[in-house]
Design a protein around this ligand. Structure first.
Ligand code: TXA
Ligand code: MG
Length: 321
C-alpha cells in the first residue's frame, strides 16, 4: 500500500474514532462508514443519507473472528463465513447479549447484518479503527448506489467528513444478504454472490424471503435505486426521445446509449450497472430525455441481482425511501 494511501487511511480512522463519517470503497459499492459502537456516529449516517431510522445497517468486520464479538455464530453460519468471506455476502445473525454495537444499527431487530468486505482499503480501515464499521451505501436514500468516488461526491460531498478514493468498485452491486436459521438459508437480497454459488456450496436450494409489505430486509422496498429519468425495461431498441442501456447484441448507437457488456458477460455488466445508470441519467437530464430504455438481462447468475435493481429503479416513485 502506498504511503499516501496509508496516510489517508490513518486520517480516516482518526475521523471515525472521533465519531465522524467517511466514505470508503468496498468491492461492492462505496460505503458511508462510522463507528458502529457509537450511537451519535450511527445517527449521523441516517441523517446524512436522510435514511428512515427503521432501515437497519450492515456492520463491516475484518472476518469471522471479529464478527463473533458482536453476533452469535452457529457452526453452520461459521462454515458459510469461512467459505464466502471476505466477499460480498452479508449474513443476518442474532445479536450477542453483550454486543457493543449500537442499537440504532439494527433498528430494533434482534439480529445484526454482518459482512467482511474483500477490499484492501476497507479491510485496512477496519483494522486500524479496530471497531466494526456500520456502512450503508454512500448515497442519499433511494438514489442509485455509488461505485465511484465521484458518485459519492455528487450525492453526499457536502455532508460527510472524508471520501477515500479507491477507484471504481470491482463488483459494482451490493452484497447478497442471507438469513441463516438452523441449516436453512433464506435470500433477502440478491447481490454480488450469485444464488447458484451459494446453492452449489450447500448442495441444495436457497429459499426466497416471502414477498411482504414489510420486507424482512426493511431496505427492500419497491422503489429504490431510482434515477431521475424513468426506466423502461426489456426494451429491444430505444424509442424516439429515450436513452438506451444495452446488453450484448441488443445495443444502440449515439451519445445517449451505453452497453453493460458488449460480449454479454454478466460479471462485466454488474460492474458497469450503476456507473452506466449514473452516466445515462446525467445525459438524459442534459438532453431533455425522460426515459432510459434497458435491454433484457438474463435471469441467471448475477443477472438476478441486476434485474432486482432495475425493477426497483423502474418502480413507481413516492414511497418512504
Ligand atoms: O454491499 C453492501 O452490502 C454495501 C456495502 C457498503 O457494504 N452496503 C449496503 O448497505 O448495501 P445498505 O444499507 O444500502 O443495505 C443494507 C440492507 C438493507 O436492505 C437493510 O434493510 C438490510 O440490509 N438489513 C440490515 N440489517 C438487517 C437485519 N438485521 N435484518 C434484515 N435486514 C437487514
Ligand atoms: Mg443502499
Amino acid at each position: 500500500m502506498s504511503e499516501n494511501r496509508s496516510d489517508r487511511i490513518a486520517q480516516a480512522a482518526d475521523i471515525i474514532r472521533r465519531g465522524g463519517l467517511v466514505a470508503v470503497p468496498t468491492e461492492t459499492v462505496y460505503g458511508l462508514a462510522a463507528d458502529a459502537t457509537r450511537d451519535a456516529a450511527v445517527a449521523g449516517i441516517f441523517e446524512a443519507k436522510t435514511r428512515p431510522q427503521f432501515n437497519p445497517l450492515i456492520i463491516h468486520v475484518t472476518g469471522a473472528e471479529m464478527a463473533g464479538r458482536y453476533v452469535e455464530f452457529s457452526p453452520f453460519a461459521e462454515q458459510l463465513a469461512a467459505h464466502f468471506w471476505p466477499g460480498p455476502l452479508t449474513i443476518i445473525l442474532p445479536r450477542r447479549a453483550a454486543s457493543a454495537v449500537s442499537l440504532l444499527v439494527s433498528a430494533g431487530l434482534e439480529t445484526i447484518a454482518v459482512r467482511a468486505p474483500d477490499h484492501p482499503i476497507a479491510q485496512a480501515l477496519i483494522k486500524n479503527v479496530d471497531r466494526p464499521l456500520a456502512a450503508p451505501s454512500a448515497n442519499r436514500s433511494g438514489s442509485i448506489s455509488p461505485t465511484k468516488a465521484d458518485h459519492v461526491r455528487q450525492s453526499l460531498g457536502d455532508r460527510i467528513d472524508l471520501i477515500i478514493d479507491g477507484g471504481p468498485c470491482p463488483v459494482g452491486i451490493e452484497s447478497t444478504i442471507i438469513k441463516v436459521a438452523g441449516d436453512g438459508v433464506t435470500m433477502l437480497r440478491p447481490g454480488g454472490i450469485a444464488r447458484e454459488a451459494i446453492e452449489e456450496y450447500l448442495e441444495r436450494s436457497v429459499s426466497d424471503a416471502p414477498q411482504a409489505k414489510n420486507p424482512e430486509a426493511p431496505g427492500m422496498l419497491a422503489s429504490h435505486y431510482a434515477p431521475r429519468a424513468m426506466l423502461r425495461l426489456n426494451a429491444n431498441a430505444p424509442q424516439h426521445g429515450e436513452a438506451f442501456l444495452g446488453f450484448g447484441e441488443i445495443a444502440a448507437k449515439g451519445a445517449d446509449a451505453l452497453n453493460l457488456s458488449k460480449s454479454g458477460d454478466l460479471l462485466e455488466a454488474t460492474a458497469n450497472l450503476f456507473a452506466h445508470l449514473h452516466a445515462l441519467d446525467r445525459n438524459a437530464a442534459a438532453h431533455g430525455l425522460k426515459t432510459i430504455a434497458v435491454a433484457p438481462i438474463p435471469m441467471e447468475g448475477l443477472g438476478e441481482a441486476i434485474n432486482d435493481r432495475l425493477n426497483r429503479a423502474a418502480a413507481p416513485r413516492g414511497g418512504a425511501l
